[in-house]
Design a binder for this molecule. Structure first.
Ligand code: URA
Length: 425
């Protein structure tokens, strides 16, 4: 059935539910260019303001999946599981997680993105490894999943093209923050990707997309519902992003920290979250009797990492790029570090050149922030608290400004907050 854009926009403006046929039509017509950007912007804003019921969200997701190809890994010799994070500061978990889960016998088809704004992108981090390439054909991806068990690569243009167009439009029209649009955007890509099981890491806190726990929970519940309805075994962990993960935010420095985790070391919070997500992925894929912690300890996750990097042209033993300039920030007082704000650190890393402002901007491989203490640690006045890294020293001032007020040193008691807040599944 044919509709027209003004009819669909007015229905949502007037708080009416869109019919299945209106949704199918508007997504298809927008993808083909028959609905103009300004009309889709108006509809996205009406959805942001007036919401959608679960049926509309499910149909919107299905229409975005139908706009492109659907991958199928059902003929692989092992089950598949993937993870999606809604994005945070220092969130390098995909890097150790994919080879770890592969080492446990489950294939990981991870289609990732580049970073925009203060949260980093997995592909930007991996591209700091000399020779590594993000673009793989579907055939190469399939072959690597069979031979190595893990692939982290860029999503091809054929996957949910409606979302690619709509996400770029939302980015410039103030309509990113609509739960129906976020949930359908993420889940259309993950369902089209063809994974059998999916674990969602939904971040909450200052460094996350969702600062508010109730909204993060609503997003998680919506996405879990969409996944289950599509036959994907889906669970979500609600995890804290008020403090950045690990001790580094950047590209090469996050790769180095991930390699430490794969070598059996690394910061405790990165290890904890990697193992928690790996356990969920194995359970979702129906694999029991393997403990991911053992595979980190016995070196098999590291072996899988090296094979995964080599399969995509990278040299896992190459020296990683180092920033040309560094600047150390010393602790202004002695005491306990009681707060380290994820947004402040993320913004500093971004301003140093680790992230990009527009999607066509380059990123610096060596740029970023290293923090030398985590909340709960004792610090001494004058000790190094942060090391800022960049190739362009004129960036230091703005990065320093974003760290101001981003941490507290006190002498009161410190109560650690749990990293995994809840599980929704
Ligand atoms: N990530 C996505 O892929 N889509 C959104 O809408 C938000 C975050």
């Amino acid at each position: 059935m044919t509709h027209d854009a003004v009819e669909v926009i007015s229905a949502k403006r007037d708080r009416r539910e869109l019919s299945d046929s209106q949704i199918d039509w508007v997504i298809d017509a927008y993808t083909r260019g028959d609905v103009a950007d300004e009309q889709m912007s108006a509809l996205a804003m009406a959805i942001l303001l007036n919401g959608m019921v679960p049926r509309e969200i499910a149909r919107w997701t299905a229409a975005m999946i139908a706009s492109g190809e659907r991958m199928d890994f059902s003929t692989l010799s092992r089950p598949t599981a993937d993870k999606h994070s809604t994005g945070g500061v220092g969130d390098k978990i995909t890097l150790p997680l994919a080879p770890l889960v592969a080492a446990c016998g489950v294939a990981v088809p991870q289609l990732s993105g580049r970073g925009l704004g203060h949260t980093g992108g997995t592909l930007d981090k991996l591209e700091s490894i000399p020779g590594w390439r993000a673009a793989l054909s579907n055939e190469e991806m399939f072959a690597q999943l069979e031979s190595v068990g893990a692939v982290i690569c860029a999503a091809g243009d054929g996957l949910a093209p409606a979302d690619k167009k709509l996400y770029a439009l939302r980015d410039v029209t103030g309509t990113v923050e609509a739960i129906p649009l976020i949930a359908s955007s993420i889940m259309s890509k993950k369902i089209a990707e063809g994974t059998g099981a999916l674990v969602l890491d939904v971040k909450v806190g200052t460094g996350a997309f969702m600062k508010d726990e109730a909204l993060a929970r609503e997003l998680a519940e919506t996405m879990v519902g969409l996944g289950k309805d599509a036959g994907v075994h889906t669970v979500a962990l609600l995890t804290d992003m008020s403090t950045p993960l690990g001790l580094t935010a950047g590209n090469a420095i996050e790769v180095a920290e991930s390699v430490e985790v794969l070598a059996g070391g690394g910061p405790a919070d990165v290890v904890e979250l990697t193992i928690a997500l790996a356990r969920e992925m194995l359970a979702g894929a129906g694999v029991t009797g393997v403990d991911p912690a053992d595979k980190l300890a016995d070196g098999s996750a590291m072996d899988a990492w090296k094979r995964m990097i080599r399969a995509q042209g990278g040299d896992p033993d190459a020296t990683l790029p180092v920033a040309k300039e560094s600047h150390v920030v010393n602790a202004p007082a002695s005491g306990t570090l009681t707060r380290l704000d994820a947004m402040a650190v993320g913004l500093a890393a971004w301003r140093l050149g680790a992230g990009r402002a527009r999607k066509e901007d380059p990123v610096q491989d060596g740029a970023g922030v290293v923090w030398h203490a985590r909340p709960g640690d004792t610090v001494t006045q004058g000790q190094a608290l942060f090391t800022l890294l960049t190739d362009e020293p004129e960036r230091f001032d703005r990065a320093l400004a974003s760290l101001e007020g981003g941490y507290d040193i006190g002498d009161g008691a410190f109560t650690p907050q749990p990293l995994v807040i809840d599980r929704i599944g």
